[in-house]
Write a protein that binds this ligand. Sequence first.
Ligand code: PLP
Length: 382
Amino acid sequence: MKVPFGDMKVHYQTYKSQIDQAVHRVLESGHYILGSELEKFEAAFAKSLGSGYVAGCASGTEAIYLALAAAGVTTGDEVIVVAHTAVPTISAISMTGATPVFVDIDPKTYVMDVNLVEAKITEKTKALVPVHLYGQMVDLEPLLKIAAKHKIMLLEDCAQSTLATYKGAIAGTLGDYGAFSFYPSKNLGAFGDGGAVSTNSSENFDKLVKLRNYGQSKRYYHDIIGINSRLDEMQAAILDAQLPFVEQWNERRREIAKRYNEGLEGIVVTPYEAEGRKHVYHLYVIQTDDRDGLQAYLLEKGIQTLIHYPNPAHLQKAYSYLGYKPGSLPVTEKLVNRILSLPMHPGLTDDQIDAVIEEIGNYSREQKSSKSSPKVTANSIS
Ligand SMILES: Cc1ncc(COP(=O)(O)O)c(C=O)c1O
């Protein structure tokens, strides 16, 4: 059975009427940038998060950049973050001129090990950027205390965790800012690029709105130096049409994860969901000793898998100037050779899930039997 990693075409066909309606409404309106569709989506998204304000922008990367810039993070500052993330988290930090300072991850949840943060704080530290990776939130309570104690801003990277929760609070509402990506495959995805920043402060929101639109307070009056990073009317309308489905899609993702967990128990390491944290399974990531072998085997059987992420940020060429050497983040570096993301999207069928489980089981059995049978070597043949 063929199991693609994701399927945007099927997703479009399933929600065609809602999406087509939104697109046509915008096309007919004659207004394509900063209009009523954006305002409507920003209000609806803020409501579903339980956040004071949401400012749409052009991507998740720029959502992170805009939040840091709004908080005044700039050249010479340091920002504490993990290396086990999508590199755009780090690119956005670099865009401000600040230096990323990497901490290792927790070996069970794969997100920031909050116990390592305080030791990295210096006089230059201006921000903490916990990344709620794969759909599970970072242990924010201790991190919020550290941020308050040292008067450092806290920005949640929520690109992979739309409507995930931590002790009942929704991702993007506990820190000073939350940054979201609406890249098509995300739990709430646009049909193109898109992003948003959430905040509970009207002052922060006003600054974000200026920063995303050339620093303008009104047309031709530029209060601050800004950029062009807007969520266009078409994407806002499409996102607004899909927003009512996100909870139900997340529930389906959780059901899929449960089925995988049950089928793969004892065969590979399945994801760990920490107490009090609702994982929304943007990605379903297993760990196994023979990751590359398993991935090749599954591909042969028509099952597409991916690795999120094979090369951690601190060892990327672009960040070699920071001087991190192999071995500096041992948990991250061990994990990246063992992880594999299995197909995960709300449209996945039970038969597809079962096919993935079966093939992983078959591979594991083949490996075990080839290890236990005596090896035929050149010597034993002669
Ligand atoms: C954790 C994380 N942060 C940031 C981003 C950047 O988002 P975008 O691709 O919308 O710029 C992504 C998406 O790739 C991501 O997964």
